[in-house]
Design a protein around this ligand. Structure first.
Ligand code: ADP
Length: 640
């Protein structure tokens, strides 16, 4: 037999034994020796057992009821009738237990909903069980029809009271350690309440008044006190004591009729107490949650890196978190009686919520840029405004640095462009200029015999020649001026260098849904002129993004890699665009070659001459990729 089966037998057997014992103890004033008594705690045990262990244990319930019939009650009916009658509670409580479990169970019994489900379910189960049980005996002829109504009422009230006094208590026993913590240090209160309850019990069920039901209402006082202090477990313990008191009284001096009447009153008491206990439990649960939420919020505010301020409608700061105190140099905002206008003088809070950049003031002197977000607080929070303030000094400095770098890069680019333009113009105009000068010389010779006619002719020709020579000289000097820019080859941190250039394209790439990915590592040793290499990368990435405009947004990617080679480190810029067209490729690095309507066709020409100027190179790599792949070859050593 498996371990679980052993466990089942132990649990089921234990339950049956407890059931039979409880039945024996509460077998007081039975009707016709049947299990129809004014208080059936076994019903409470049964429902708790089925709720905790599951409705599949219902057969054990039937067995327990049958054993009780045979050994405790000595019922005057044949065994088949007893077996039939024992099925009634098993079916009724099994079904209700299943219904309750499907509705979320009653594992905590800490809400009104749980208390109502339990009482409603118990009422229905007790009724169904009463009908089944009494019908079996009536059909067998043991129970006369005339007393059927009385038997039903007695069974129902007995079962219901049994459930109300025992089931919640047994469910709570599962949380015994938690309860033990609650009662620690409150012994005097418990003793006081117990004495009050016992005294009232003596008054109500004692021999002096002998079951006068007018006094039963007195029990509400101690039960309400206990319910308000301890919630459901205390309440059910109190009703259990009341039932025991009632049974004790009925054994000695209470008449059968008054016991039943009292039981009906106790159903009301039990239900009221259970609901009251549940309300108390619900309230303490809600308070616990509020306290936990408050503690979390306090922790959140305390640890928040941004400054959080709360200002009253008269602008007085009533609360400031740690970051706020640090940011504004506040000691204790309550004691200082600081006004919002002292900390954020330029802030105008005219809307309920908002966000603004403004200036913060530290200790009345130091001014710094801040970003403020605010919202109006409405009841139940106190009136006023909540502000979140972020110091953006670093952010602004970083942005200014970025702007400066971009400007420097653009200026360098313009210079390089002018240089390239001058070179190209010199190259293109050199020949015509030389030819022009030769032609002018020839004209001068040819016109020599005519000198006598008008002396200004030769003079004018000489002037034209001088101007032509000057023009070609200007072009040469211009080229030399722009070309002479010395390079500053030094060690490079490639990861940082690439990241800076990529950052400059961040907005543009985001707008067009392109992804720029760099695996350039700081570990790869690299040499080069930092500014010039950045200019070349800037050009290549800009061209790559231009090319990506021709493909679907989902397929727009630029990948940057770096790797060391024998002749110096290489950096590749590869895109997923359409690639360089065959007719452009032949003269790709020549100036003024462009396919763009607003292009100058100078970017690649400049980039190559910049790289060659420092001992490196730039080329198009045709291998592998369908898009374009440009490779920058960095110099292998500093050029001397
Ligand atoms: P511009 O960008 O002003 O046209 P460039 O010298 O930078 O000048 O580029 C020259 C030409 O090379 C471009 O017009 C384009 O046709 C081609 N090209 C450059 N980069 C790419 C690329 N990544 N993909 C496809 N074609 C490219």
């Amino acid at each position: 037999m498996r371990a679980t089966s052993y466990e089942k037998i132990w649990v089921g057997g234990g339950y049956v034994a407890a059931y039979v014992c409880l039945d024996a103890l509460s077998f007081v004033q039975p009707l016709l020796k049947l299990g129809i008594t004014p208080w059936n705690p076994q019903a409470g045990l049964t429902l708790a057992f089925l709720l905790v262990r599951g409705w599949r244990f219902a057969p054990w319930t039937a067995a327990a009821a049958l054993l009780a019939e045979l050994f405790v009650r000595g019922s005057p009916a044949p065994i088949p009738v007893l077996a039939l009658a024992s099925l009634a509670p098993a079916l009724a409580y099994g079904a209700v237990a299943r219904w309750l479990v499907e509705r979320g169970g009653l594992s905590t019994l800490r809400t009104r909903r749980d208390a109502l489900y339990l009482s409603g379910g118990a009422g229905v189960a007790a009724l169904a069980s009463a009908v089944g049980y009494t019908s079996a005996f009536m059909v067998a002829g043991v129970l006369p029809l005339e007393i059927l109504g009385a038997a039903l009422a007695r069974y129902w009230v007995g079962d219901l009271n049994g459930v109300l006094t025992l089931t919640p208590l047994l469910i709570y026993l599962q949380r015994a350690p938690e309860l033990a913590v609650q009662i620690r240090g409150r012994g005097a209160l418990i003793v006081g309440q117990a004495v009050f309850l016992c005294a009232t019990l003596w008054l109500v069920f004692g021999p002096t008044v002998a079951g006068d039901i007018r006094f039963v209402y007195a029990l509400f006082a101690p039960v309400a006190w206990i319910a308000l202090t301890w919630g459901v477990p205390g309440t059910t313990l109190a009703t259990l004591l009341i039932q025991i008191g009632l049974m004790f009284g009925s054994e000695h001096w209470l008449a059968t009729s008054s016991v039943i009447e009292i039981q009906f009153l106790l159903v009301t008491l039990g239900l009221t107490a259970l609901l009251l206990g549940a309300v108390v439990a619900e309230r303490s649960l809600a308070l616990e949650r509020v306290a936990a939420a408050e503690a979390e919020q306090r922790a959140l505010l305390t640890t928040a890196p941004d400054a959080v301020l709360i200002a009253a409608p008269d602008q007085r700061i009533v609360s400031a978190n740690l970051a706020a105190r640090r940011l504004f140099g506040l000691a204790d905002p309550d004691a200082d009686d600081v006004k919002l206008s002292t900390l954020l003088p330029a802030l105008d809070v005219s809307t309920n919520t908002g966000r603004k950049r403004t200036t913060g003031v530290l200790m009345g002197t130091v001014r710094f840029p801040v970003e403020v977000a605010w919202t109006r607080l409405d009841p139940p929070a106190r009136h006023g405004f909540l502000f979140m303030v972020r110091d953006i000094t670093d952010q602004e400095a970083a942005q200014a640095q970025l702007r400066e770098r971009d400007t420097a890069l653009a200026r360098a680019m313009r210079l390089a462009m002018a240089g390239e333009l001058a070179t190209a113009l010199t190259h293109e105009l050199n020949q015509p200029m030389t030819a022009l000068v030769s032609y002018l010389r020839a004209v001068e010779i040819l016109a020599a015999p005519l000198e006598t006619r008008d002396p200004r002719l030769i003079e004018t020709l000489r002037k034209a020649m001088r101007e032509a020579l000057r023009a070609s000289d200007v072009l040469k000097r211009l080229r030399d001026f722009y070309r002479s820019g010395a390079t500053d080859v030094a060690e490079l941190d490639l990861a940082a260098l690439v990241a800076e250039v990529v950052q400059a394209f961040h907005d543009r790439a985001t707008r067009m849904g392109a992804h720029i990915d760099s695996s350039a590592s700081s570990q790869v040793p690299a040499l080069g002129d930092r500014i010039q290499v950045q200019m070349v990368l800037h050009n290549l990435i800009g061209n790559a993004l231009d090319a990506l405009a021709e493909v679907e947004p989902g397929a727009r990617a630029v990948r940057i890699k770096a790797w060391p080679t024998d002749r110096g480190t290489c950096i590749s810029v590869e895109d997923s665009g359409p690639g360089v067209s065959a007719d452009v490729e032949k003269e790709l690095f020549d100036p003024f070659v462009t396919t763009k309507p607003d292009g100058m066709g100078l970017g690649l020409a400049i980039s190559r001459s910049l790289m060659r100027g420092q001992g490196g190179d730039l080329r198009l790599d045709r291998e592998g990729t369908p898009g374009a792949r440009f490779v920058i070859q960095l110099p292998s050593s500093a050029k001397v």
